[in-house]
Design a binder for this molecule. Structure first.
Ligand code: VGL
Ligand code: ZN
Length: 197
């Protein structure tokens, strides 16, 4: 077994004070750092949107957290967040970024959002992470980070569908929890075959 820690989007905009703040998002940083040493590999994801991204409410003159229909399906319209090069897009200052073997950026395609670390929201455009994991012989993943009900959820479901052994450490995740999204995400991750601890 080769076991990687996949740290999802521990960035300033998802922490208190950020543009899309997740309650308690900063509380998981020390615990994530402490875990890193016990894994064969550490991989970070970084939400990385161009200004004017199609997932931003401002791009559509719509209200943040409203829904829209994209060619690939329904899409939540978010406040502007994690704009490439901005302070909000940087990792939380206390995250031990130096331990990362790989940093994978996602959401850079202007027309398609990307919650999952594996595929954009069209569910077909790959990020390349699967190839990295397979060529390194990594077969087992533990997921932590932000937000439980969006990017952690989509990443865990895709990883399980791709055949990786997946554990989600909920104590080291925090949720947006919007419209029942957290309970739905937990059920969906379990259904996909992920283990929630
Ligand atoms: C995320 C909404 C938009 C996340 C990213 O990291 O969960 N959520 N972009
Ligand atoms: Zn985003």
């Amino acid at each position: 077994m080769t076991h990687a820690l996949l740290v999802i989007d521990v960035q300033n905009d998802f922490c208190p004070g950020g543009a899309l703040a997740v309650t308690g998002g900063d509380q998981i940083v020390a615990g994530i750092n402490a875990k890193m040493a016990t894994f064969d590999a550490v991989i970070l994801t970084q939400d990385w949107h161009p200004a004017g991204h199609s997932s931003f409410a401002s791009t559509h003159d719509a209200a943040p957290m409203s829904m829209t229909e994209m060619p690939y399906g329904p899409q939540v319209l978010w406040p502007d967040h994690c704009i490439q090069g901005s302070l909000g897009a940087q990792f939380h200052a206390d995250l031990t970024v130096d331990r990362a073997n790989l940093i994978i950026r996602k959401g850079y395609n202007p027309a398609i959002d990307s919650y999952s670390a594996f595929f954009e929201n069209d569910k077909t455009t790959p990020t390349g992470l699967e190839g990295y994991l397979r060529t390194r012989g990594i077969d087992t993943l533990t997921l932590v980070g932000l937000a439980t009900d969006f990017c952690v959820n989509y990443s865990a479901v895709d990883a399980a569908k791709l055949g990786f052994n997946v554990t989600v450490d909920l104590a080291l995740c925090r949720a947006i929890d919007f419209d029942g999204s957290l309970e739905a995400a937990k059920a969906g991750m379990r259904d996909a075959g992920a283990t929630l601890v």
